[in-house]
Design a protein around this ligand. Sequence first.
Ligand code: NOJ
Length: 753
Amino acid sequence: MFSRLIFLSVLCLFSEATSSLAQAPKKVMAPKSVSKLPAKGSVDFKVDSVLKLMTLEEKIGQLNLLTSDLDQTGASMRPQYKEDILKGKVGAIFNAYGVEYVRKLQKMAVEETRLKIPLIFGYDVIHGHRTIFPSPLGESCSWDLEAMETSARIAALEASSMGLDWTFAPMVDIARDPRWGRVMEGAGEDTYLGSLIAKARVKGFQGSSLSDPTRVMACAKHYAAYGAAQAGRDYSTVDMSDRTLRDVYLPPFKAAADAGSATFMTSFNELNGIPATANKYLMDQILRKEWGFKGFVVTDYTAIWELLFHGIAADSVEAVKKSILAGSDMDMQASMYMQRLPGLVKSGAVPVSVIDESVRRVLRKKFELGLFANPFIRMDAEREKKNVYTSAHLNMARQIAAKSMVLLKNDHNTLPLKLTAQKIALVGPLADAARDMMGSWSAAGEGEKNATLLTGLKGSLTSSQVEYKKGCEINDTVRAGFAEALKACANSDIVICAMGEGAWQSGEAASRSDIKLPGVQEEFLAEVKKLGKPVVLVLFNGRPLDLTNVLPNADAILEAWYPGTMAGWAVTDVLAGVVNPSAKLTMTFPRNVGQVPIYYNMKNTGRPYDANNKYTSKYLDVRNDPLFAFGYGLSYSTFLYSSPKLSAKSIGMKDTLNVTVNVKNTSTRHGEEIVQLYVQDMAGSVTRPINELKGFQKVMINSGETKTVVFKLTSNDLRFHNQDMNFVAEKGLFTVRVGGSSDATQSDEFELR
Ligand code: NOJ
């Protein structure tokens, strides 16, 4: 009911907006156009030359981002929408792609509007455009920055070949609560790793120049602290200390800004009482003044309108005033800037200089994207044919998917599969679910093109006989398929169960209060296990799940996430041992949902956990530690760590400490290991986390070989916001831990003096 009300109100707004905008500006300027722009001069000079030509309405038009109706109606166009473009009331369009279609829209802008200012075309290119890569959380488990930069580069190449200039990615929200469905879009719970991944993804999307026709402009989102939604419920309130904000949630955004992310998107949530879209502290103070960000900020979808529901604006006029004055430059889909800004400027409530500055920011990016020089720079039908689904892209998607899968359990070396004439029963609702393989936010992905596990197994394991029976659905309570599937299992040598969540069960507006396997999947797995066959569970899901009941019923568990277009091939590569798994979790898997939010870098409390003392910080019914810790993940190889050796027992503020560790591959297989370095600041002016990731290296270690890994630490790595909110390292004792997971125990200590 509530959402229906919002919907109707937004519709009313749109009609109000369009009728008021249908009137021509009173003082029409001489019809000069951007084609008469000075050929020389800096971008800022050119931007100002355009700005001088513009009426107030045209300026506000540049701040208006509208969705196309592509998704609903194919490439048809609403008459009103067309009229808005023709009148220069639209600065950018999203959800339109495909060269033929966007060319049509761009032609309208650059041939039929008074000033001929090109449009920017944006889209949610989150983990691939046509060729879909693993969901970002899954991909982050590769800890492979080069791979993540590559997948973003390929996504940019495909998207730009289909007419797009701008992606609404990367999503860099730190996420510590797996109930929140949007954890699948980001890089997990850790600030250090999340910052490196933010940088890699921005570089991958943008390359070194925005005018590169094979790249797209990035948009770091959702600014800020969206991942800390109370109770893991999407869009919910966020209330946190400035210290946590700055130490934990903001660094990935800062990393994205430093890497040159051309744009930022506000988040839907409020932060300490002020919704992000009207939050001057976030946009003006931190982003622009402290970090020197020069790009533009776009709101999230209708977020300006939502200020009324947050209850910080009495009406749309106040909502618009608060948003623009706080620093939201572009209005996504609310049409409220178009509707209300003219009046606000005329009344003097919003200085025209504020509008000018926002317009400058948008126009600057249009210049930098190369759109003024060639509005069709990313609209080449030949490139569109050539650059999408290339075999190079598909191969890379397969490789990256395989390196993103985390082996959670492998008792009795159940995996890899023995390829010699094993009879395999493949069961479970995700064994042949093509659409689900790419998860949420795979907007231009084509579900039917995804390889399922059934396809992969049948195509790869020629010597094996694979019998497939579904057994049950993802999310209902029907048990009718159990019997037939159990019969297939009984006739097999080994059972592979493909289970998890449907693609729709994570992503936006997909919070879950219960994070177990949905439907009757747990029950079905328990029945399979009773047959006494070796059971391999392959999981496809967007978030960490509660696997407590599942764990005893599977001999091996492979967390495959949503692997994307090449899902079935990549999973098969890992199951068959063609690829030795090397991924490590970037989000903690809890024992049950009551433990969340749960993350490895918690604080110690004054009464740390003691199993024998009731009056310590713990639960009566579950342990404190997780089922699978951050950084955890098995390999078909086994590794032995030496204890870390420090180059000094004490270092000064300007010194470098070397932490050296030897890692031996004690197995008969070559394998990659992600060697992790953690530090604990033992006493500070404010309480400090029990562990913080400060470095990692992914190393290939041959069977029997020992590799020496050296980490370098300086006082810069030890900084945090101290009691006076200064970002500093404090003198004192630090514990260093090195290992293959955040629960590593091999340690040593040093002093910072
Ligand atoms: C809403 C989502 O929160 C955001 O991530 C996305 O980019 C926009 N819609 C546009 O689709």
